[in-house]
Design a protein. Structure first.
Length: 122
């Protein structure tokens, strides 16, 4: 055997199955991160939908100058209504930046008031 054959690097083995997908598993202690096959409670389902509207509203606030103000109003109303339903079903913590559903509803209520004032009092 020559020296080049002895020092030939071995090819890395490819990971298969769960080991290959390990880096894509969720990290963190989110309310709905209890596992990919677990059932969501009714409160978690409403929170998931409300969080979607929360993200839409945030995007609308950032782009307020470019989007119709009515869009932000409708999304804010939807977010408040959905978070209210999730709270009545027992939700105590959200994935939203503000974390507490009552605080989130208060923020979007202020946005609703400001948006109505902007639309009708200008």
């Amino acid at each position: 055997m020559s020296q080049t054959e002895q020092t030939k690097p071995t090819e890395p083995k490819l990971k298969t199955g769960a080991a290959a997908n390990a880096k894509f598993l969720p990290v963190g202690n989110f309310p709905s991160a209890s596992g990919p096959n677990s059932e969501l409670s009714r409160a978690e389902k409403y929170e998931k939908l409300a969080f979607t509207f929360c993200k839409l509203g945030t995007a609308g606030l950032i782009c307020w100058a470019l989007t119709p103000p009515i869009f932000v109003l409708l999304v804010a109303i939807s977010a408040v209504a959905l978070y209210a339903r999730a709270v009545t079903l027992g939700l105590t913590r959200s994935r939203c930046f503000l974390r507490k559903p009552m605080l989130i509803m208060g923020f979007w209520a202020v946005v609703i008031i400001a948006d109505i004032a902007y639309l009708f009092l200008r």
